[in-house]
Each structure stands twice: as structure tokens, then as C-alpha cells.
Design a protein around this ligand. Structure first.
Ligand SMILES: Nc1nc2c(ncn2[C@@H]2O[C@H](COP(=O)(O)OP(=O)(O)OP(=O)(O)O)[C@@H](O)[C@H]2O)c(=O)[nH]1
Ligand SMILES: [Mg+2]
Ligand SMILES: [Zn+2]
Length: 292
């Protein structure tokens, strides 16, 4: 039995790298009946069939996995945002960072299209919150080397809305590659869902980046379940204030003597972070799951 990593999934085929070559594999039938069907990033064993394609036989235990983007075993989720079209809602950044944090995965905030609008305000929020934050332009190349430095030695996946510039950034990181990119629709100001599959590209021997399809606003998909009381711990910037509230069971929503609210009022915590916390708390309380 051979071993490898799935680096691409497309039309029912999984492309497994053994370090030297790619083997196109089908999944064994039984995976279709269990929730753990193979994901890009999975370490697998496979048997080679007579026509030199393969069959995936087993999936190694995962260190983490995500539904959107559909990837496994990621060190770092790079959330690509923009203050130009399509403008990113900070709530989406915060929601993805909570899901990543729960999966023991670092979040890098990459604010792209900085040639079109000054990203200062948005980047200030995330720098202040302790996230690795980088401002880039896939058009001019500004900031792309800073992004590369932050990615060094990690298995990364790009995530973010359609049209935000994920594929364009990978093209800039890997000159010679020319992934398809799509114009922003004038009418809707959104991307056109150009990338349709997840695929890993090596930046060097120990650094990998996955291009992924953009999020679609109409999709409703269960992402993860988190107890509402545990949400506060996934807002890492709240940590200095937790334990200083008047009430031990403070939910940091509107309670008197809340240290988190006091930090928002004094400008130590960005208001948008607390807005996202409140929104997510309500979602978790009513549905016990985060949907997107
Ligand atoms: N001005 C400017 N345009 C950019 C930048 N990055 C990407 N674009 C443009 O934005 C459009 C969308 O870029 P893509 O790379 O296809 O976006 P994507 O995130 O891969 O989109 P999906 O594959 O649909 O998820 C293209 O027209 C790009 O040329 C940038 O930094 N500055
Ligand atoms: Mg793309
Ligand atoms: Zn509180």
C-alpha cells in the first residue's frame, strides 16, 4: 500500500501526491456512506490499479478539518479581505477566525486590493487584536513578500469571498502559474465564482498554499458547534479582560461591571469585534451551531 497527500479534488477524482508524482484516485465505495469522505490535505493510503490510477483505502486521523473551504490538516487559514469591491464584512473575518481557532489553526488576515483603497482602518483593527495582518495588492505585488514570510513553513489555505483575489495572490506568489481569475460583476459588485475546486500548490519544500472557491452568501452550511459560554475564549483579544467582570458568569453582552464592555468603551477593544461576538453568541444560543 502506498502513502500520499491529496492535493486536489475534482469531479470525483482525488489527486494524490507521493512526493514525486501525482496519482489520480477514486475513493473506496465505503467512504460514501460515512461522514469522513476524503478532503484535500488528507494523508491517505492507496492501492494502485492496473491502469496506474489508484483507489484510496484509508485516511489518517486529521489534526483538523473544515467544511468551507473543504480542507484538512491546515496550520494556517489566510482570510483574504478587501476594503474595495467586494467589500468584506468584518463579521465574516471574525466568524472564520473563531472556527479556525477552535480547530487549533492560526488565522492570518490579508487585506488585498490595497492599490484601490487605503486599508489602514481595517488592518488597524486586526493588528490591534493580535492577528498577523498583511496588506497586499495582487495587482502591483505590494505586500506579497510580507505574506510569503508569514506563510513560511506552514500548510496554508486561502479563504474569502469570491472576487477578493485569492487566485490572483497565488499567481503573484508563484510566477509561472496562471490560475484563472474572474472580473467583478459591475451590477452586483461580487465575484463570479471562478475557482471551483480546492488545490494545493507548493511555495517551497515546507510551505503549501491551497486555492479555494470563494464563499457564496446564499450558502447555508453547518460549520461547527461551540457552546455559547466558550465563545469568549475564541476571541483571543478578550483574554486580558476575562475574569475581571463583576459577575463570574458574565456573558459580556450588557451586564453591569463587564470588563470587556469597559474595554470597548475605552477604545481598547474595537467595537466591531464586540459586535461580532454578540452576533455569534446569539446564533450559538439559538442554534448551537454557526451557519454561513
Ligand atoms: N486592483 C486590484 N484588482 C485585483 C487584486 N486582486 C485581484 N484583483 C482582481 O479581482 C478580480 C477577482 O480576482 P480572483 O483572483 O479571480 O478572485 P478569487 O478570490 O480567486 O475569486 P473566486 O475564484 O471566484 O473565489 C480579478 O479581476 C482580479 O484581477 C488587487 O490586489 N488589486
Ligand atoms: Mg479564485
Ligand atoms: Zn463581562
Amino acid at each position: 500500500m502506498a502513502e500520499g497527500i491529496i492535493i486536489k479534488a475534482l469531479s470525483g477524482f482525488y489527486y494524490v501526491s507521493d512526493g514525486a508524482k501525482l496519482i489520480s484516485c477514486r475513493a473506496k465505495g465505503r467512504f460514501r456512506h460515512v461522514s469522513t469522505s476524503p478532503l484535500v490535505g488528507d494523508h491517505v493510503t492507496y492501492s494502485v490499479t492496473s491502469d496506474s490510477s489508484g483507489v484510496i483505502e484509508s485516511i489518517a486521523p486529521r489534526r483538523n478539518s473544515f467544511i468551507r473551504p473543504a480542507v484538512a490538516n491546515i496550520d494556517c487559514m489566510i482570510f483574504v479581505a478587501s476594503v474595495a469591491k467586494p467589500v468584506t464584512d468584518p463579521y465574516l473575518i471574525d466568524r472564520v477566525s473563531v472556527i479556525a481557532d477552535r480547530a487549533s489553526c492560526e488565522t492570518i488576515v490579508c487585506i488585498n486590493k490595497c492599490d484601490l483603497r487605503d486599508p489602514e482602518e481595517l488592518s488597524g483593527i486586526y493588528t490591534k487584536c493580535g492577528f498577523s495582518t498583511v496588506c497586499t495588492s495582487a495587482l502591483t505585488g505590494e505586500g506579497v513578500e510580507n505574506l510569503r514570510t508569514l506563510m513560511q513553513g506552514k500548510v496554508c489555505a486561502l479563504a474569502g469571498d469570491s472576487g477578493i483575489g485569492k487566485s490572483s495572490l497565488i499567481n503573484k506568489l508563484l510566477p509561472g502559474l496562471s490560475l484563472g481569475t474572474g472580473e467583478i460583476s459591475d451590477k452586483l459588485g461580487r465575484g463570479r465564482h471562478t475557482t471551483r475546486h480546492v488545490e494545493f500548490f507548493p511555495l517551497d519544500e515546507e510551505t503549501y498554499v491551497a486555492d479555494t472557491p470563494g464563499f457564496a452568501s446564499f450558502e447555508v452550511q453547518m460549520v461547527d458547534s461551540i457552546e455559547p459560554e466558550d465563545l469568549q475564549y475564541h476571541f483571543r483579544d478578550f483574554a486580558p479582560y476575562l475574569g475581571s467582570c463583576r459577575f463570574d458568569d458574565c456573558r459580556h453582552l450588557a451586564e453591569p461591571g463587564c470588563a470587556v464592555l469597559a474595554a470597548v468603551a475605552s477604545g481598547e477593544l474595537p467595537p466591531s469585534r464586540h459586535e461580532s461576538y454578540k452576533k455569534l453568541y446569539e446564533v450559538l444560543k439559538t442554534q448551537s451551531k454557526i451557519y454561513r
